[in-house]
Write a protein that binds this ligand. Structure first.
Ligand code: HEC
Length: 154
């Protein structure tokens, strides 16, 4: 009888933990939508910088700095978008590769590189030197490519 009572009590505790976890953890689909939104904002802000670097629109260091700040902020928001169980094995509508979760250390390094280079881009853009900005833009863009090549479906 005692055993049953303990068993019952622990399963009730277990259940309430499960419920707590469910309430706190976002659904996989929501995680995917979140990360796509983060990358949409990154892409949105990177685009005008690309156009300036290519000379398609007049170069404007202050505008680069403004857009780069959003990129930097989103680079810090991005990791939360890759919780366990939000990969292509669970959610269909994603370009994220399973390798993110099977090779987490490498993915984290790719993310850290991106965060560091985009933070530098903000600094350099604020300083205002056009050629330095262009050079740092190149380094930042490399971190996008490196991660996409390895961890995003084409
Ligand atoms: C650490 C890895 C990583 C880095 C760095 C990275 N991305 Fe991505 N990006 C991804 C992954 C993974 C996806 C796919 C997300 C999905 O479909 O779930 C993605 C998706 C995107 C998308 C499509 C979003 C959508 O709506 O489907 C854009 C645009 C994008 N990235 C732009 C960029 C730009 C620009 C940079 C650099 C400034 C960058 N990314 C850096 C991993 C990365």
């Amino acid at each position: 009888m005692k055993k049953i009572a303990i068993g019952l009590a622990s399963s009730i505790i277990g259940m309430s933990f499960m419920m707590a976890a469910n309430a706190a953890d976002p659904k996989p689909q929501d995680v995917v939508e979140y990360r796509k939104a983060v990358y949409t904002i990154i892409g949105w802000n990177f685009k005008p910088i690309v156009a300036m670097v290519k000379g398609e629109v007049p170069f404007d260091a202050a505008a680069v700095a403004r857009h780069a700040q959003y990129v930097e902020m989103m680079s810090k928001a991005a990791p939360e978008g890759f919780t366990k169980g939000s990969g292509p094995d669970v959610v269909k509508d994603t370009d994220a590769k399973l390798e993110i979760w099977t090779n987490w250390g490498k993915f984290e390094t790719a993310m850290t590189n991106f965060q560091q280079e985009s933070a530098k881009l903000v600094e350099v853009a604020k300083a205002g030197d056009e050629s330095a900005i262009k050079a740092q833009f190149g380094k930042t863009a490399e971190t996008c490519k490196a991660c996409h090549k390895e961890f995003r479906k084409d």
